[in-house]
Design a protein around this ligand. Structure first.
Ligand SMILES: [Zn+2]
Ligand SMILES: [Zn+2]
Length: 141
């Protein structure tokens, strides 16, 4: 089982499975979300995540027009995970978890499958060898 936590340790996240996929994202939303020049996220099934603590929810419409909710530690601000929301307000089956909350051992095993929004990748960042390259969103089926 993978165990993750935020910077201050008030939020703990357990994950009981292997990611469906994983990827580096170069989109602008991810830069703002993480404060970094790109994000590394794991694509997981929502029911496989076990969250202790009360993350702060931030709602926003994404570039693609979806209703997206992202979650942060209310005390230290660490970005934790996000998902799209169905029209009835329930989260979709798929959650995107910020990889950096997990420990070194898991992160060494979970090499990114893909890079997405590569058309926005900064000029000084090299493509990751062995990762699929997608100009937009990853095809998920
Ligand atoms: Zn925290
Ligand atoms: Zn992104």
């Amino acid at each position: 089982m993978a165990i993750g936590s935020c910077f201050c340790g008030n939020i703990r996240i357990e994950y009981n499975s292997q990611p469906i996929s994983s990827g580096l994202c170069h989109c602008r939303d991810c830069r703002k979300l993480t404060g970094s020049t790109y994000s590394y996220s794991l694509i997981v099934k929502t029911p496989d995540l076990n969250v202790s603590g009360n993350p702060k929810e931030v709602a926003k419409n994404s570039d693609s027009g979806n209703d997206v909710r992202n979650y942060f530690c209310p005390d230290c601000g660490t970005p934790l995970f996000g998902h799209k929301v169905n029209s009835d307000g329930t989260p979709t089956e798929i959650t995107v978890v910020r990889a950096g909350i997990f420990n070194d051992q898991m992160l060494n095993e979970w090499k990114p499958h893909a890079e997405i929004y590569t058309d926005r990748r900064l000029s000084w960042i090299c493509p990751l060898e062995g990762a699929g390259q997608f100009r937009g969103m990853i095809p998920l089926s």
